[in-house]
Design a protein around this ligand. Structure first.
Ligand code: ZN
Length: 167
């Protein structure tokens, strides 16, 4: 396993739509293991394959490890089956946009299907922080970052803050 370099915005890979993974082979399992190591090292709660330069529909997450035991989840070819609850605000960061926090409105929960590392299809209902992490990572698979979830004025302010921080 190895820690991979994380691309930072505005790298063009971060704005592209990722392609389905399909069959889970040793290459996919190795990528997932490296992504988990990279996520824990960063440190972060989630990491999507495009963030390490791989345009595949795969993300890893562990919403609670900073407060307890590690419980890594690998979501391959995820598919949203439905959303639940109101849209709620939550302050998000992104490993590809270091130094920026933005309050984003997203659904409180979702039902998500994905393929696991054994190639089995899994369905789970996610709420709270796990739902938030999954929704953020799902956006990365479609080339969407937190800037894209902000209104025009908030986006301009966040971009200016980021540009100042990275200048
Ligand atoms: Zn992110």
């Amino acid at each position: 396993m190895s820690v991979l370099p994380i691309l930072t915005w505005p790298d063009s890979v971060l704005t592209q739509k990722a392609a389905p993974v399909g069959a889970v082979d040793d290459g996919v399992r190795a990528l997932a293991a490296d992504m988990l190591e990279t996520m824990y090292d960063a440190p972060g709660r989630g990491l999507a394959a495009p963030q390490v330069g791989v345009l595949m529909r795969l993300f890893v997450m562990d919403a609670g490890w900073k407060d307890g035991e590690r419980a890594p989840v690998v979501c391959i070819d995820p598919e949203v089956l439905g959303y639940s609850g109101e849209e709620v605000p939550f302050e998000e960061g992104c490993l590809s946009i270091p130094g920026i926090k933005a309050t984003i409105l997203r659904p409180a929960g979702l039902r998500l299907a994905w393929t696991d590392l054994d190639g089995a299809r899994v369905i789970a209902a996610l709420d709270g922080v796990p739902a938030r992490v999954a929704l953020h990572e799902l956006d990365h698979l479609d080339g969407i970052v937190i800037f894209d979830r902000l209104g025009p004025e908030t986006r301009a302010a966040a971009l200016a803050e980021y540009q100042a921080a990275t200048a």
